[in-house]
Ligand binder design. Structure first.
Ligand code: NDP
Length: 325
């Protein structure tokens, strides 16, 4: 039997709460599928290495058949050496009294270093998903410091926002999520994101025929955008399992295909579509096929949507100028 060579998957912040929810699912084969061996590269800061050793022991105790080896390290060279997929989850959280711009700058340093290390050590087609916040701008910073890697391979996660939008609409209509298609999230993974139902279908019919515009504007959009904060309030900690779930979905769809007639949301370097400046890491509706994503072209954009898309673009451009100067 011809065994497939293992793929190497890196996860930074691997002992954090999202990391802990993510690495077991990757190791179980949920990301790459049965029959695809993998080697996990778990990357942490020095202070978190003891906890990471515990994660490693638990992974070993799962005896996952496809998990061929585990690298645990605080060294980015070893962490990213020959990796095919990288989940950049670790990031500095906002501390007491810290301004958003301070957070941005501290994370800029982290993602500059990680971009350079990926450039030097990862495979030439490595695919990168940034989860650590501010995710879009962190992805942009990493991409700018990895000049030898394809820019389009640096992406950030908005699939969790997409899933939150799906769940909210399904609940409102009392319909299963499986009947919903073509929702999308535009822009930044932040409060300015624009979850858009204008193109969405329920059981093949335009979704907005069944929903009140007032509900969409006053309840749906704020509820999706503020869902993370709501979870922190209720759970006493930020979302982790749902973020890990969305991260796996993002990478899996990217490697495989989006279902026929549907799309997903991914923050990717803009190609200029919809007037979004080239290179800005902005969430678009995308389809995936042949291992590539494609921004859904030529959607009609209403003046209401345009205004929301511009608002989140302006925020991202502000973040970009703070981060890159
Ligand atoms: P989490 O695992 O909960 O979160 C990690 C990152 O994901 C944060 O930036 C968080 O943003 C972000 N995130 C993105 N989307 C979501 C979402 N929907 N819900 C929740 N979080 C989201 O953080 P922990 O503190 O538990 O773990 C972080 C790990 O990273 C630690 O183990 C730490 O050691 C490591 N770390 C690594 C650094 C590095 O690589 N240099 C630097 C700092 C920490 P937000 O903060 O906005 O919730």
């Amino acid at each position: 039997m011809n065994a497939r060579p293992p793929l190497r998957v890196a996860v930074t912040g691997a002992s954090g709460q999202i990391g802990y929810a993510l690495v077991f699912r990757i190791a179980s084969g949920e990301l790459l599928g049965a029959g695809q061996p993998l080697i996990l590269h778990l990357v942490e800061i020095p202070a978190a290495l003891p906890a990471l050793r515990g994660v490693r022991m638990e992974l070993e105790d799962c005896a996952f058949p496809e998990l061929r080896d585990i690298v645990t390290t605080d060294d980015l060279g070893a962490g990213f050496r020959d990796v095919d997929l990288a989940f950049l989850v670790g990031a500095k959280p906002r501390g007491a009294g810290m301004e958003r711009s301070d957070l941005l700058l501290q994370n800029t340093d982290i993602f500059k270093t990680q971009g350079r290390a990926l450039n030097e050590h990862a495979t030439s087609e490595t695919r990168v998903l940034v989860v650590g916040n501010p995710a879009n701008t962190n992805a942009l910073v990493a991409q700018r410091h990895a000049p030898d890697l394809p820019a389009r391979n640096f992406t950030a996660m908005t699939r969790l926002d997409h899933n939150r939008a799906l769940a909210k609409v399904a609940d409102k209509l009392q319909q299963p999520v499986s009947l919903l298609r073509r929702l999308c999230v535009w822009g930044n993974h932040s409060g300015t994101q624009y979850p858009d139902l204008s193109h969405a279908l329920v059981d093949g019919r335009p979704l907005l025929e069944s929903l009140d515009a007032d509900w969409v504007e006053k309840e749906f959009i704020p509820a999706v955008a503020q869902r993370g904060a709501e979870i922190i309030k209720v759970r006493g900690a930020s979302s982790a399992a749902s973020a890990a779930n969305a991260a796996i979905q993002h990478m899996r769809l990217w490697r495989e295909n989006t279902p026929a007639g549907d799309w997903t949301s991914m923050a990717v370097p803009s190609d200029g579509s919809y007037g979004i400046p080239e290179g800005l890491v902005y969430s678009f509706p995308v389809t995936c096929s042949g291992g590539r994503y494609h921004i859904v072209p030529d959607l009609p954009i209403s003046s209401y949507s345009r205004e929301r898309m511009e608002r989140t673009r302006r925020e991202l451009e502000g973040e970009k100028s703070t981060a890159l100067g």
